[in-house]
Design a protein around this ligand. Structure first.
Ligand SMILES: NC(=O)C1=CN([C@@H]2O[C@H](COP(=O)(O)OP(=O)(O)OC[C@H]3O[C@@H](n4cnc5c(N)ncnc54)[C@H](OP(=O)(O)O)[C@@H]3O)[C@@H](O)[C@H]2O)C=CC1
Ligand SMILES: CC[C@](O)(C(C)=O)C(=O)O
Ligand SMILES: [Mg+2]
Ligand SMILES: [Mg+2]
Length: 340
């Protein structure tokens, strides 16, 4: 078993003596800033000129500054803008304002692993990568829990980078759930692989294929939606709480037999062979090169894919059914990044 770090392993006072700038106030940014502030850390949010997030951050009780001013003020800069925006922000607004002994933190290793950002040698460079969406990082913290994080050190100018990352992980709530030490390469490659093949890409393709199969066979779209999407959350709750065996325990014996026998027929050896190709493309840098090029070309293909997904019939029937379940609106704060 790998060594895990929990509450007693961190040194909370290390970060309490530092000034922290969180750059960006999106999914991760709002959660880090609010969790750190609630933990007693001195934090400001760095935002671009004209940012619509200034009002949200101020309404949540936070101080905002320009990215340059926040970087100059801080001892620790956590860069939480989209991965493909980070290089320009870093080169133009953060790097000129860092001094030796400062720390630059990431929540994902993309820009270090694929050598987009190359910090000066006097800077500590580390990662605190929560293993979950930012809105749930905030919600679990507010409920008294936490979500696991990975930490890694790329550059240790002060010899304190690892302890600093662990202290930061503590203050966003992750030492309550468990912190695992890794490398920038392992985090980047496993995170990209997981979101593409299992968590986001694989899952959405599986749900859509199931929905389409039922609807094309003449079943009601509402029935297909409940079966293939709505109930998924309830099944995943069982996985989250008690693992695969907890799920098998709770479903019927018929579901257990059918699932164990038929599941591998659907997710067959061909799927695993494709997963291996995807992993090769991530490790070789092919995926990163294509994603960077897609952004340089104005995200044209990305917008086409987004629009096709948003206009799929599963979304329309889902909207109508969810409107009749107002309690769902309170189950997450994903549309209110002012958090809390
Ligand atoms: N989403 C998640 O849950 C997870 C994300 N991560 C990692 O965390 C990092 C942040 O991701 P995420 O939270 O999804 O990012 P978001 O897309 O939610 O970030 C949006 C924020 O970035 C700001 N921003 C966007 N472009 C610029 C720019 N050019 N200059 C300055 N600010 C800009 C936005 O500003 P404005 O408010 O002005 O629009 C907004 O505040 C990434 O490295 C990602 O891989 C890691 C784990 C999970
Ligand atoms: C699963 C997607 C993720 O990696 C995450 C929430 O952890 C992301 O990049 O958003
Ligand atoms: Mg992730
Ligand atoms: Mg990710």
């Amino acid at each position: 078993m790998a060594e895990m770090f929990y509450e007693a392993d961190a040194n909370p006072s290390l970060l309490l003596g530092k000034k922290v700038a969180v750059i960006g106030y999106g999914s991760q940014g709002h959660a880090h800033a609010l969790n750190l502030a609630d933990s007693g850390v001195e934090v400001v949010v760095g935002l671009r000129e004209g940012s619509s997030s200034v009002v949200k951050a101020k309404d949540a009780g936070l101080t905002t500054m320009s990215v340059s001013d926040a970087s100059a003020w801080a001892d620790v800069v956590m860069l939480l803008a989209p991965d493909t925006a980070q290089k320009k922000i870093y080169d133009e607004e953060i790097a000129p304002n860092l001094k030796d002994g400062d720390a630059l933190l990431f929540a994902h290793g993309f820009n270090i692993r694929y050598e987009q950002i190359q910090p000066a040698p006097g800077i500590d460079v580390a990662m605190v990568a929560p293993k979950g969406p930012g809105h749930l990082l905030r919600r679990t913290y507010a409920e008294g829990g936490g979500i696991p994080s990975l930490i890694a050190v790329h550059q240790d100018a002060t010899t304190n980078a690892r302890e600093l990352a662990l202290s930061y992980a503590h203050h966003i709530g992750s030492t309550k759930a468990g912190v695992l030490e890794t490398t920038f390469s392992e985090e980047t490659e496993t995170d990209l692989f997981g979101e593409q093949t299992v968590l986001c890409g694989g899952l959405s393709a599986l749900v859509t294929a199931g929905f389409e199969t039922l609807v094309e066979a003449g079943y009601q779209p509402e029935s297909a939606y409940f079966e293939c999407l709505h109930e998924l959350k309830l099944i995943v709750d069982l996985l989250y709480q008690d693992g695969l065996s907890g799920m098998w325990f709770s479903v019927s014996e018929t579901a257990e037999w059918g699932g164990l026998k038929i599941g591998p027929r659907v997710i067959s050896s061909g799927v695993k062979a494709e997963m291996k190709k995807v992993l090769d493309e991530i490790r070789s840098g092919q995926f990163a090169d294509e994603w960077i090029a897609e952004n340089e070309n104005g995200q044209k293909h990305f917008n086409e894919l987004r629009s096709a997904a948003a206009n799929h019939p599963i979304e329309e029937v889902g909207r109508q059914l969810r409107n009749m379940m107002p309690f769902l609106a309170n189950s997450s704060n994903i549309r209110d990044v002012s958090g809390g």
